[in-house]
Write a protein that binds this ligand. Structure first.
Ligand SMILES: C[S@@+](CC[C@H](N)C(=O)[O-])C[C@H]1O[C@@H](n2cnc3c(N)ncnc32)[C@H](O)[C@@H]1O
Length: 222
């Protein structure tokens, strides 16, 4: 009989007892990650950040891009919040079951041909800078080799940041999963140049033992 590794046994135990897993099942979200975005949605209001009109991130009618979207918790939340007059364009390496109101591109965000397809989706009525909000929860498949995983995570974050810089409208927002490493401080410094306000946030729904954090940029300007 195969012995379960202690780490996977711990994961199963945590999963069973996790209130966000139970809430996702109850509320019809595909992942517990949905609650991280719901928390970030009202962060500007809760922390009285004056740069964000309305105090919330996603508003009806907005165009949102969700990078690393599968299985789709964030896309579900985004589609609900932007409503029928908004747009959500999602991309992931993995196939994603359809979500009403979400356009999906399947492929590698780091692949130039796929990136061109994503840009085609976005170049709405000839407008290059069409996105109000860029979300990136991209994380690499873990190899188990810390230096490799960290480098892959950093590359995803850097690429998502460059994409945001090229596609955000003036006043737009970025939510970016960031990874500790050599490029971390450079990304934060660049974000401070390009956004009126920058915060690093560890949402309550993010597991304590996970080092993940999100960079929130409000009020994009060039
Ligand atoms: C933490 S999960 C995202 C969870 C999602 N936000 C949700 O709410 O369900 C990270 C995702 O990033 C995707 N990903 C990693 N590298 C990618 C790449 N190069 N291009 C596109 N997606 C990628 C993975 O396939 C994975 O589905």
């Amino acid at each position: 009989m195969t012995q379960r590794r202690p780490s996977s046994a711990r994961w199963l135990q945590e999963h069973r007892e996790d209130p966000y897993v139970a809430a996702a099942r109850r509320d019809g979200y595909r992942s517990r990650a949905a609650y991280k975005l719901l928390e970030l949605q009202t962060y500007p209001q809760e922390h009285r950040l004056p740069d964000q009109a309305g105090g919330v991130l996603l508003q009806p009618g907005m165009t949102v891009v969700d990078l690393g979207a599968a299985p789709g918790g964030w896309s579900q939340v985004a589609a609900q919040l932007v409503g029928p007059t908004g747009r959500v364009v999602a991309i992931d390496l993995l196939p994603m079951a359809p979500i009403p109101g979400v356009e999906v591109v399947e492929g590698d965000f780091l692949d130039e041909a796929i990136l061109a397809r994503l840009n085609d989706f976005l170049a709405h009525a000839g407008q290059v800078r069409s996105a109000h909000v860029i979300l990136s929860d991209m994380a690499p498949n873990m190899s188990g080799i810390p230096t490799v995983d960290q480098a892959r995570g950093e590359l995803l974050a850097e690429s998502a940041f460059q994409f945001a810089e090229a596609t955000l409208r003036s006043g737009g927002c970025l939510v970016l999963k960031v990874f500790q490493g050599s490029s971390f401080h450079a990304i934060v410094a660049q974000a401070r140049q390009l956004f009126a306000r920058v915060k690093l946030i560890k949402p309550r729904a993010s597991r304590d033992r996970s080092p993940e954090q999100y960079l929130l940029g409000l009020g994009f300007h060039r």
